[in-house]
Design a protein around this ligand. Structure first.
Ligand SMILES: [Zn+2]
Ligand SMILES: [Zn+2]
Ligand SMILES: [Zn+2]
Ligand SMILES: [Zn+2]
Length: 324
C-alpha cells in the first residue's frame, strides 16, 4: 500500500447543492427487519403459521459437522444419521455408536427435508422469502438482503454489513475520505510515478441522491504497461446501480480523456471491476503528459459527475399523464 505519497485534493464547487436535496426519493432500507407476517405465504408445511419446529431442523443437522444435510443422507444400522461429506471421512464407522456404517440411505429424512419450507436465513435483515429446503441455499447465495462485503480494496477486509454500517466502517476504520455531492474534482499526486505497484490505489466515498458511491483510483500493470484507472462503484445492488450514470474526465494541454459509464455494484469485487477495465484507463505516458512538468511527478486532475437516469417506467404501468 502506498497511501502516503498519493494526495487527494477535493475541490468543492458548490454546484451540487440542488441535486443533493431534490432526490429524497423513497428508498426502502433493506436491512430493517420487517414484522413477521406469514399470511401471504404458503404455509403448507408450517403449523398455524408458526415456523417449522426446531426439532426438524435439528434432525437435518449433521451430528458431526453440524451443517444442514442434503441427499444422499446416510444412516448407520442403529439409525444415526450423517451427511455425505462426513460419511467419506469416517472410515465406515458411525461417529455416534462406532458400529460399522455400511451404505444405508435415510430416505425418510430426505423426504422430510423435501417437504419443508424454510425462511431465508437473511429473514432478520428483511428478506420475506420462504423456500423449499433444497432451493434455500441457492437463494441465500444471491439473496438481495445478504450483507455486503467491505468495498475497501487493497486488503483482505472480512467485514460485512449493510450499507450504512459499511460507510461508517470505511470512514472510521479505513480512514476513507467522505464527500457529499454528485460532482467531484480530485487531484491525484504521486511523487514517483515510475513505481507502479498493484497495490497503489485510492478510495473516496461520495454521498449523493441519498446513496453512496465509491470512487476508485489506482495504478496497476496492464500486460507490460503500467496504467492508471478510475472507476465508480455503487454501494447497493446492481439493479439499483443501473439507475445512475457517471462521467470521468482527465486532461491537460488541450487534450482530454473522458469516460461515461454505469457504476458497478459493490457486489462485484473491486478486482473484478478493475480486471474488466470498466472505467477510465489512462496510459502512463498520457498520465505523465497530463501531469505536465518534468514527468517526475504524477499530477492528475480527475473531474467527474454522477447523475440519476430518468426513470422510464420499466414496469409499463405508469402512464405519464396519469402519474403526478
Ligand atoms: Zn457432516
Ligand atoms: Zn450409529
Ligand atoms: Zn433471502
Ligand atoms: Zn473494511
Amino acid at each position: 500500500m502506498d497511501l502516503d505519497n498519493i494526495e487527494c485534493v477535493s475541490i468543492t464547487d458548490g454546484l451540487d447543492e440542488d441535486e443533493i436535496h431534490t432526490s429524497t426519493r423513497h428508498h426502502h432500507h433493506p436491512f430493517q427487519p420487517k414484522p413477521h407476517n406469514n399470511n401471504n405465504n404458503n404455509n403448507t408445511n408450517t403449523l398455524n403459521g408458526l415456523p417449522p419446529a426446531t426439532s426438524v431442523h435439528e434432525l437435518l443437522e449433521c451430528p458431526v459437522c453440524t451443517n444442514s444435510m442434503y441427499p444422499p443422507i446416510h444412516q448407520c444400522h442403529n439409525g444415526h444419521t450423517l451427511c455425505s461429506t462426513c460419511k467419506t471421512r469416517v472410515h465406515n464407522r458411525c461417529p455416534t455408536c462406532r458400529q460399522e456404517l455400511g451404505d444405508i440411505r435415510c430416505l425418510a429424512l430426505e423426504k422430510v427435508a423435501e417437504s419443508l419450507e424454510l425462511p431465508c436465513k437473511y429473514y432478520s435483515l428483511g428478506c420475506p422469502e420462504i423456500f423449499p429446503y433444497y432451493s434455500k441455499l441457492k437463494h441465500e447465495s444471491q439473496c438481495n438482503f445478504r450483507p455486503y462485503n467491505c468495498p475497501y480494496a487493497g486488503s483482505e477486509c472480512a467485514v460485512v454489513g449493510d450499507i450504512s454500517f459499511l460507510v461508517a466502517h470505511l470512514r472510521d476504520d479505513h480512514k476513507v475520505d467522505m464527500h457529499t455531492g454528485c460532482t467531484f474534482n480530485h487531484r491525484y499526486v504521486k511523487s514517483n510515478p515510475r513505481e507502479v505497484e498493484n497495490a497503489t490505489w485510492m478510495l473516496t466515498v461520495f454521498h449523493c441522491f441519498g446513496q453512496y458511491f465509491c470512487l476508485h483510483f489506482e495504478a496497476f500493470q496492464l500486460g507490460m504497461a503500467p496504467v492508471y484507472m478510475a472507476f465508480l462503484r455503487f454501494m447497493g445492488d446492481e439493479n439499483e446501480a443501473r439507475n445512475y450514470s457517471y462521467s470521468l474526465e482527465v486532461g491537460a494541454n488541450g487534450r482530454k480523456l473522458t469516460w461515461e459509464g454505469t457504476p458497478r455494484s459493490i457486489r462485484d469485487s473491486h478486482r473484478k471491476v478493475r480486471d474488466s477495465h470498466d472505467g477510465l484507463i489512462i496510459q502512463r505516458n498520457m498520465a505523465l503528459f497530463f501531469s505536465g512538468g518534468d514527468r517526475k511527478e504524477l499530477k492528475l486532475r480527475v473531474t467527474g459527475r454522477i447523475w440519476k437516469e430518468q426513470q422510464n417506467s420499466e414496469a409499463g404501468v405508469c402512464i405519464p399523464n396519469l402519474c403526478s
